[in-house]
Design a protein around this ligand. Structure first.
Ligand code: SF4
Ligand code: SF4
Length: 81
């Protein structure tokens, strides 16, 4: 099973500082998500082969093409300590 970043409100560009959704004008929690999810720009910069634990390992399904800045659906973040 791949570990993935959650497409939830907590990672969404549309979440305001007061925990309301700028699209739906309602209070939301980090467990929520919707079809208007828009990943925060800061996360977009972080999600790529260079931060994937599968990079340059046999677990990467795209070993011939994987490179810094690329991304695929099998992305899984490196463990943080
Ligand atoms: S757009 Fe959807 S995912 Fe984003 S904050 Fe609003 S409800 Fe959550
Ligand atoms: S190609 Fe996919 S699985 Fe391979 S290192 Fe890049 S993001 Fe990870």
């Amino acid at each position: 099973m791949s570990i993935r970043l959650v497409n939830g409100c907590v990672n969404c560009e549309n979440l305001a500082a007061d925990s309301t959704c700028k699209v739906h004008h309602a209070v939301v929690e980090k467990i929520h998500t919707c079809d208007d999810f828009d990943m925060r720009v800061s996360l977009k910069d972080e999600v790529e082969c260079g931060t994937c634990y599968k990079f340059k390992t046999p677990e990467c399904p795209n070993q011939l093409h994987a490179t810094i800045g690329m991304l695929c659906n099998e992305y899984a973040p490196k463990a943080m300590s």
